[in-house]
Design a protein around this ligand. Structure first.
Ligand SMILES: [Zn+2]
Length: 116
């Protein structure tokens, strides 16, 4: 690939993507495990305190799973932008996103000014 002097983001993005995918797999197993145990014990969410705990745990696990999936999608999109040659460019103002910010958040699509 090009040797323009700046750090190559692809390695970082791929490593983070692999980590996110691993987290998704693990988190899916957790969610499935909780679902299975809820079914197995045939608990009543509303009246059984253990059922309520399991429901809460399932919700937390599902939230973590969704977060990992969002991260995976963002990283895939970032890799796509590398290929398209638009990686590291703010999607709002079109200026370069500072290297420090990309180091902290490799999938960032906006500069600090337009981050929200
Ligand atoms: Zn911007």
């Amino acid at each position: 690939m090009s040797d323009g002097g700046g750090p190559d983001p692809v390695g970082t993005l791929r490593a983070r993507l692999a980590a996110a995918e691993e987290r998704i797999g693990r988190q899916r197993a957790v969610v499935d495990g909780i679902v299975a145990s809820v079914r197995g014990e045939n608990v009543d969410d509303e009246h059984d305190p253990e059922g309520a705990t399991l429901a809460w745990e399932r919700q937390q696990a599902a939230a973590l799973l969704a977060e990992a999936e969002r991260e995976r999608d963002a990283l895939r999109a970032a890799l796509g932008r590398v290929e398209a040659g638009t990686y590291g460019v703010c999607e709002v103002c079109g200026r370069a996103i500072p290297a420090g910010r990309l180091e902290a958040r490799p999938a960032a699509t906006r500069c600090v000014e337009h981050a929200r």
